[in-house]
Design a protein around this ligand. Structure first.
Ligand code: SF4
Length: 547
């Protein structure tokens, strides 16, 4: 049973809005909106009313709340600087255009699906497209009038925006090499499909306390970052030698970062769907709904601990005990990103390649689809590092496919900096942003390639426009958190707080935020160059940047 103040001896706490403890009345505006009307109901209103009557007809509770359940956010009105982010009312930041997030569960796309996204971008999104670090593609400049036609086109190829945002189970991360990687522990694709088919768009989980991020992966390089998802099923060889999953709950970054805790349970592949539904139900029923900034599942895990969470899961939701299981087998020096040309289990090859900070375009996505098709592939994948992979290329076509990608400035053999720099959406479109990120990240890559062309070590640089950490500030070697800083002339300008030494895997740690470690955006390349040169000068034999 969940701990009580009597059992722990702690001071009684006031209710946190947990449904299972009887707090069914909404304790804030967000909860009230969700109670008033299920977020999923907005889909029909968009089709029947808003797309016909236009932006001004949209009910504010739908515009700033329920639209997210269908992957739609208003984007930031152009020309509002970062100093105004926290002081303006939400409606003053709203543009009349939307960001649309297409969910790509497991990062899996066919040529036809990728082409459809590319065509939607060129027809309705001013040719914008970003590959995100959660394997989605985001489009911008969407008009509400065009949303039904976009959904129709997505649906015709088996894609959707359902629950791509909102207090819902968002896109399910999966290894881009699932089913083809010679080293994979287990192919988790069937589990991802079952969770999607049974629960995405279901009203069972359309009102969670907050967003809920899942990863299900058998990747031996841990490419979906099980440490920082709300729930992760990470492949492991079970006690009897058959593969299954090690279960982690409660990971998340943002302002209170926490690594997921291992429950110590072994989950057979055929149990994943019901165990996922059980974990999601615990969150729905016991999650904290009073304060939004304490609503992610990590706060529940922090208070309960892994053992209590597992007990509640097993006793109240599954009705049986999961066996204890072995821990995932972490090794040193793993690169998680699947970049480059590598052999598949079936003798063909996959080619992982890097745009700059995930920024592409509809035209470029269509061109990638063409390149894949011309070289005999019907399968493209997105990664959790803002990169892409083409699967199933025969030996005799690898060279030509690589050349075609490189000709589009999609690097198959990228520099350290192209390979490992990510950037979130930033002030160009995001209403929470304080600084610009995408162009800043792209030009930083170019500068560092010019200044340090032979930098020998992997180093991750993650550029974020605010403390929310969408591009993973705290787990980068160099994590950059956007904020206003004071320049040498005493002016408030765009800049970054620097976090150093974060990482995942065997040396998992959150980056240290050293007081005074700040740089203006304009001085960012100089600052990073200084840090990297100092590392090269002082490092001992074999020492990596992460160490
Ligand atoms: Fe927006 Fe902040 Fe997330 Fe960047 S980190 S996309 S600025 S919320």
């Amino acid at each position: 049973m969940p701990p009580t103040s009597a059992s722990t001896g702690s001071r009684p706490r006031r209710g946190e809005g947990q449904w299972a403890l009887g707090y069914r009345e909404p304790l804030n505006k967000n909860e009230e909106n969700k109670k008033n009307d299920d977020g999923l109901n907005v889909q029909q209103r968009i089709i029947d009313i808003y797309s016909k009557a236009g932006f001004d007809s949209i009910d504010p509770a739908d515009l700033r709340g329920r639209f997210r359940w269908l992957g739609l956010y208003t984007q930031r009105a152009p020309g509002i600087d970062g100093g105004k982010t926290a002081v303006l009312e939400p409606e003053e930041l709203d543009d009349r255009y939307f960001m649309l997030r297409v969910r790509i569960d497991g990062g899996r796309l066919s040529v036809a699906q990728l082409r459809a996204i590319g065509e939607i971008s060129t027809s309705y999104a001013r040719d914008t497209a970003d590959v995100t670090d959660r394997q989605n593609v985001q489009l911008h400049w969407i008009r509400v009038e065009d949303v039904p036609a976009i959904w129709e086109k997505l649906e015709s190829v088996g894609l959707s925006t359902m629950e791509a945002c909102g207090d819902t189970p968002r896109v399910i991360l999966g290894c881009p090499l699932a089913g083809i990687d010679a080293d994979e522990i287990v192919d988790a694709s069937p589990q991802i499909d079952r969770i999607y088919d049974e629960y995405i768009g279901s009203r069972l989980f359309s009102n969670l306390p907050r967003k809920f991020k899942t990863s299900v992966s058998g990747c031996s390089s841990f490419c979906t970052n099980h440490e920082i998802n709300d729930v992760s099923f990470q492949g492991v060889v079970g006690p009897d030698g058959a593969p299954g999953f090690d279960l982690f709950v409660g990971g998340g970054l943002s302002t209170n970062p926490m690594f997921a805790q291992r429950l110590g349970a072994f989950v057979r592949p055929d149990q994943v769907t019901e165990v996922w539904a059980g974990v999601t139900s615990v969150f729905r029923d016991y999650g904290y709904r009073r304060l939004r900034h304490r609503a992610r599942i990590k706060f529940l895990i922090k208070d309960w601990g892994a053992a209590t969470f597992r007990e509640v899961l097993e006793k109240e939701y599954l009705g049986y005990a999961l066996p204890d299981g072995p821990e995932v087998d972490m090794r040193e020096g793993l690169q998680r990103d699947h970049i480059g040309v590598h052999r598949q289990r079936d003798g063909r090859n996959y080619i992982g390649f890097a745009p700059r900070v995930g920024r592409v375009s509809g035209t470029l996505l269509s061109r990638i689809a063409d390149i894949a098709e011309e070289h005999g592939s019907d399968r493209i994948r997105t990664t959790a590092d803002q990169k892409l992979v083409v699967l199933d290329v025969d030996d005799d076509r690898v060279e030509a496919a690589t050349a075609a990608l490189e000709a589009e400035d999609l690097r198959v053999r990228p520099s350290v900096f192209r390979r490992q720099t990510m950037a979130c959406t930033g002030i160009e479109f995001c209403k929470l942003a304080i600084v610009e990120t995408k162009d800043r990240g792209a030009s930083l890559i170019d500068e560092l390639e010019r200044r340090l062309p032979d930098f020998p070590e992997p180093v991750t640089i993650n550029v974020n426009g605010c403390p929310n950490s969408c591009a993973r500030i705290q787990v980068a070697d160099i994590g950059l958190k956007g904020q206003l800083v004071t320049d040498s002339e005493g002016q408030q300008v765009e800049g970054f707080q620097v976090h150093l030494g974060g990482g995942m895997g065997l040396t998992a740690a959150f980056g240290r935020k050293v007081r005074g470690l700040k740089t203006t955006s304009a001085e960012l390349p100089d600052y990073i160059e200084r840090v990297l040169r100092r590392f090269l000068d002082k490092r001992e034999d074999g020492e990596s940047f992460a160490a």
